[in-house]
Design a protein around this ligand. Structure first.
Ligand code: NAD
Length: 495
């Protein structure tokens, strides 16, 4: 069944959300779960049920692995140029339908439309970038040191990949895995987050239209991710797990994958420091802070989680941040005026509230926000806290919401030590006019990514990923992203 035209029918607009939940997408067919159960999808702005998607069972997961296995040989033998053209077509179709996709992402995730538009553009870019990478995968050729033989290294697709993604970037986290996997010649099974499955299914229909053969990409949603994933990893045909999500679930999955010695790429949680030195350009630092904190209403793994501001600029920065945060328009993501949408669930709001109350009880002062917004929808207001003590729980846990905790510091050595005082190491931000200092501090902060005088670092052309307990491996970048889905085969040749 080709449903893609219906899904993107401009006349139908967004009125029929059910068109985005036709079924599990397995082997190029849309089908219900084997036991007929469904998962309800909630609009976090209103708490209303907007759709229901199938709840895959272990039997459905087995069918998905079968479909990926059946398609594997054909896809790996498809010439790189052809794979590249299909990926390019995915980019074009995503770009053409960007507005529909952004509206859908905003609806199910709650993020402001402007954030959703940014995400869809970023997500589409993974197809363009990897279309270009697909035809540039090369091998190696050299003489063994002994002179006895030649060393030939061929890079081959790793095999069937299980991809698991979170709800905070429903489009981009999926394409950041699918595009390089397909460029490498792998077939995949995507399990998107149950909170935001509609974008993943809408994209599946689009891949089909772009010419991705049946079974190359399979998508299934389930309310039992643990058993379903364990069953797929136990199948010897599956050779790769690529996961984006929390560090806690990442640890569980690493242990599960270890049972079968499966290659893992892990994009996990963060606790980004945002460091502002006295000599920083104040307005630029505030602009950057708003992006680093408020993109996606703070629901980003790269979100600034701790603001370390040097004593001489601290009060001016605190005042400027308070003014900007207090002025933000809070509302349903799909309203074009909204700048800060709802959180994903009530549980997320309660967690943010717990962290704020903990900081306040330990002596932090609320400059704006600080209490849950009453009424329907999972709203938390933009909040700035100053004098946050170093033992506040939010300095160690991901806030994942619109809360900016300010901590003051005096010296460079002190702030480097504080920035590194975390189990995480995903992203960090530094503002200073002294480029030498910026580079020096960047080299000492334990983090996979640094933004120097910028509030944003994500780019499909750059390697994205963390150190310490923020993850293993890289996504995007020259060769890095595709390399996660390939294995080196060494051939010793006597000539
Ligand atoms: P999560 O870990 O709760 O869930 C992520 C995914 O894993 C979802 O699809 C979920 O259904 C699935 N899952 C849950 N339990 C599972 C299990 N036992 N086995 C298999 N799959 C399971 O994370 P979340 O709340 O969806 O996302 C937020 C987290 O993701 C944050 O910690 C954030 O920092 C992180 N994140 C990291 C990056 C990155 O690139 N490093 C990007 C985005 C989000």
């Amino acid at each position: 069944m080709n449903i893609s035209a219906d899904i993107f029918d401009e006349d139908e607009g967004m009125s029929d959300y059910a068109t985005f939940s036709h079924g599990l997408y397995i082997g190029g067919r849309w089908q219900p779960s084997s036991d007929g159960r469904v998962i309800e999808v909630i609009d976090p702005s209103t708490e209303a049920v907007i759709a229901a998607v199938p709840d895959a069972t272990l039997a459905d997961a087995a069918l998905a692995v079968d479909a990926a296995a059946k398609a594997a040989a054909g896809w790996r033998e498809t010439p790189p140029r052809r794979r590249s053209e299909i990926l390019r077509r995915c980019f074009e179709l995503m770009s053409e339908r960007a507005e529909t996709l952004a509206a859908l992402t905003s609806l199910e995730n709650g993020k402001a439309l402007r954030d959703a538009r940014g995400e869809v553009a970023y997500a589409a870019e993974f197809f363009r970038w990897n279309a270009e990478e697909a035809v540039r995968i090369s091998g190696e050729f050299g003489l063994a040191p002994s002179g006895a033989n030649r060393i030939v290294v061929d890079y081959q697709p790793i095999g069937i990949c299980v991809l698991i993604t979170p709800w905070n970037f429903p489009a981009a986290m999926a394409t950041r895995k699918i595009a390089p996997a397909l460029a490498a010649g792998c077939t995949v099974i995507l399990k998107p987050a149950s909170e935001t499955p509609l974008t993943a299914y809408a994209l599946a229909a689009l891949y089909e239209e772009a010419g991705v053969p049946p079974g190359v990409v399979n998508v299934l949603t389930t309310s039992s991710p643990g058993p379903v994933t364990a069953a797929m990893l136990a199948d010897p045909r599956v050779r790769k797990l690529s996961f984006t999500g929390s560090t806690g679930i990442g640890r569980v999955l690493l242990a599960e994958a270890a049972k079968h010695v499966i290659s893992c790429s892990m994009e996990l949680g963060g606790n980004a420091p945002f460091v502002v030195f006295d000599d920083a350009d104040l307005e630029a630092a505030l602009d950057g802070a708003m992006v680093a904190k408020m993109r996606n209403a703070g629901e980003a793994c790269t979100a600034a989680n701790r603001f370390y501001v040097q004593a001489g600029i601290h009060d001016a920065f605190a005042d400027g941040l308070r003014k900007r945060m207090a002025a933000l328009q809070v509302g349903p993501g799909t309203d074009s005026e909204t700048e800060c949408g709802p959180m994903i669930t009530r549980k997320a709001v309660d967690k943010i509230d717990r962290l704020v109350q903990d900081a306040v009880a330990r002596g932090a002062k609320v400059l704006c926000g600080g209490t849950i917004l009453e009424g329907r929808g999972y709203f938390y207001p933009p909040t700035v806290l100053r004098d946050v003590p170093p033992d506040a729980v939010m300095t160690q846990e991901e806030i994942f919401g619109p809360v900016a905790p300010l901590l003051s510091f005096d010296s460079e050595a002190e702030v480097i030590a504080k920035a590194n005082d975390t189990e995480y190491g995903l992203a960090a931000y530094i503002y200073t006019r002294d480029l030498a200092r910026g580079m020096r501090v960047a080299s000492k902060i334990e983090s996979g990514m640094i933004a120097l005088n910028r509030g944003l670092m994500s780019d499909p052309a750059a390697p994205f990923g963390g150190v310490k307990q923020s993850g293993l491996g890289r996504e995007g970048g020259q060769k890095h992203g595709v390399a996660e889905f390939m294995e080196a085969k060494y051939i010793a040749v006597t000539i």
